[in-house]
Design a protein. Structure first.
Length: 125
Protein backbone atom coordinates (compact mmCIF):
# COMPACT_ATOMS: atom_id res chain seq x y z
CA UNK A 1 0.00 0.00 0.00
CA UNK A 2 1.27 3.48 -0.91
CA UNK A 3 1.43 5.89 2.01
CA UNK A 4 2.38 9.56 1.66
CA UNK A 5 4.67 10.94 4.38
CA UNK A 6 4.56 14.49 5.65
CA UNK A 7 6.51 16.45 8.26
CA UNK A 8 6.52 20.13 9.15
CA UNK A 9 10.26 19.80 9.79
CA UNK A 10 10.96 19.73 6.04
CA UNK A 11 9.76 22.10 3.31
CA UNK A 12 6.22 21.71 2.11
CA UNK A 13 5.78 20.33 -1.40
CA UNK A 14 5.70 23.11 -3.99
CA UNK A 15 3.72 21.06 -6.47
CA UNK A 16 1.55 17.96 -6.83
CA UNK A 17 3.87 15.53 -5.07
CA UNK A 18 4.54 14.14 -1.59
CA UNK A 19 7.60 14.76 0.56
CA UNK A 20 8.04 10.98 0.49
CA UNK A 21 6.22 7.81 -0.37
CA UNK A 22 6.37 4.85 2.02
CA UNK A 23 5.93 1.44 0.39
CA UNK A 24 6.65 -0.56 3.53
CA UNK A 25 10.15 -1.85 2.81
CA UNK A 26 11.11 1.13 0.66
CA UNK A 27 10.79 4.88 1.20
CA UNK A 28 11.26 7.28 -1.71
CA UNK A 29 12.11 10.80 -0.58
CA UNK A 30 11.32 13.49 -3.15
CA UNK A 31 14.09 15.81 -4.25
CA UNK A 32 14.89 18.29 -1.50
CA UNK A 33 16.20 21.77 -2.17
CA UNK A 34 17.64 24.16 0.44
CA UNK A 35 14.38 25.65 1.65
CA UNK A 36 14.27 26.46 5.34
CA UNK A 37 11.07 24.74 6.55
CA UNK A 38 10.44 27.43 9.18
CA UNK A 39 10.44 30.32 6.70
CA UNK A 40 9.55 28.51 3.49
CA UNK A 41 12.38 30.41 1.78
CA UNK A 42 15.83 29.70 0.40
CA UNK A 43 17.99 31.49 2.94
CA UNK A 44 21.43 30.12 2.13
CA UNK A 45 23.43 31.28 -0.85
CA UNK A 46 26.70 29.32 -0.57
CA UNK A 47 26.74 25.78 -1.94
CA UNK A 48 28.00 24.37 1.38
CA UNK A 49 25.16 25.98 3.33
CA UNK A 50 22.65 24.93 0.69
CA UNK A 51 23.86 21.32 0.89
CA UNK A 52 23.67 21.39 4.69
CA UNK A 53 20.03 22.55 4.54
CA UNK A 54 19.17 19.89 1.95
CA UNK A 55 20.66 17.14 4.10
CA UNK A 56 18.76 18.41 7.16
CA UNK A 57 15.54 18.40 5.13
CA UNK A 58 16.16 14.80 4.01
CA UNK A 59 17.00 13.82 7.59
CA UNK A 60 13.64 15.24 8.77
CA UNK A 61 11.68 13.30 6.15
CA UNK A 62 13.57 10.11 6.98
CA UNK A 63 12.84 10.67 10.68
CA UNK A 64 9.11 10.91 9.88
CA UNK A 65 9.47 7.41 8.42
CA UNK A 66 11.39 6.26 11.55
CA UNK A 67 14.55 5.96 9.44
CA UNK A 68 18.03 7.49 9.42
CA UNK A 69 20.73 8.03 6.83
CA UNK A 70 21.97 4.51 7.61
CA UNK A 71 18.80 3.22 5.89
CA UNK A 72 19.51 5.08 2.65
CA UNK A 73 20.40 2.76 -0.23
CA UNK A 74 20.73 5.39 -2.97
CA UNK A 75 21.30 9.13 -3.27
CA UNK A 76 20.90 11.16 -6.44
CA UNK A 77 22.53 14.59 -6.35
CA UNK A 78 21.67 17.27 -8.91
CA UNK A 79 24.07 20.21 -9.22
CA UNK A 80 23.83 23.27 -11.44
CA UNK A 81 27.65 23.40 -11.49
CA UNK A 82 29.76 20.25 -11.21
CA UNK A 83 32.66 22.46 -10.14
CA UNK A 84 30.89 22.43 -6.74
CA UNK A 85 31.17 18.64 -6.47
CA UNK A 86 34.02 18.63 -3.91
CA UNK A 87 32.29 21.19 -1.67
CA UNK A 88 28.97 19.30 -1.79
CA UNK A 89 30.75 16.00 -1.18
CA UNK A 90 32.47 17.38 1.93
CA UNK A 91 29.17 18.45 3.53
CA UNK A 92 27.34 15.31 2.36
CA UNK A 93 29.99 13.08 3.96
CA UNK A 94 29.43 14.64 7.41
CA UNK A 95 25.96 13.06 7.53
CA UNK A 96 27.03 9.53 6.55
CA UNK A 97 29.08 6.61 7.79
CA UNK A 98 30.22 3.37 6.22
CA UNK A 99 28.92 1.42 4.48
CA UNK A 100 28.15 4.36 2.21
CA UNK A 101 25.05 4.22 0.02
CA UNK A 102 25.11 4.06 -3.77
CA UNK A 103 25.07 7.48 -5.42
CA UNK A 104 24.75 9.32 -8.69
CA UNK A 105 25.67 12.95 -9.23
CA UNK A 106 24.69 14.88 -12.33
CA UNK A 107 24.89 18.44 -13.56
CA UNK A 108 21.62 20.03 -14.62
CA UNK A 109 20.92 23.37 -16.28
CA UNK A 110 18.51 24.70 -13.62
CA UNK A 111 16.85 23.76 -10.35
CA UNK A 112 13.71 25.15 -8.66
CA UNK A 113 14.05 28.59 -7.07
CA UNK A 114 17.49 29.02 -8.65
CA UNK A 115 19.26 26.83 -6.08
CA UNK A 116 22.54 25.04 -6.74
CA UNK A 117 21.73 21.59 -5.34
CA UNK A 118 18.85 19.13 -5.06
CA UNK A 119 19.05 15.62 -3.60
CA UNK A 120 16.61 12.71 -3.51
CA UNK A 121 16.99 9.35 -1.78
CA UNK A 122 15.68 5.81 -1.69
CA UNK A 123 15.75 4.18 1.75
CA UNK A 124 15.12 0.61 2.88
CA UNK A 125 13.77 -0.66 6.17
Amino acid sequence: MVKALHTNDAPQAIGPYSQAIDLGDLVFVSGQIPINPASGEVEETGIEEQTEQVMKNIEAVLKEASLTFSNVAKFTIYLTDLENFAKVNEVYAKFLSEPYPARACVEVSKLPKGVGVEIDVIAKR
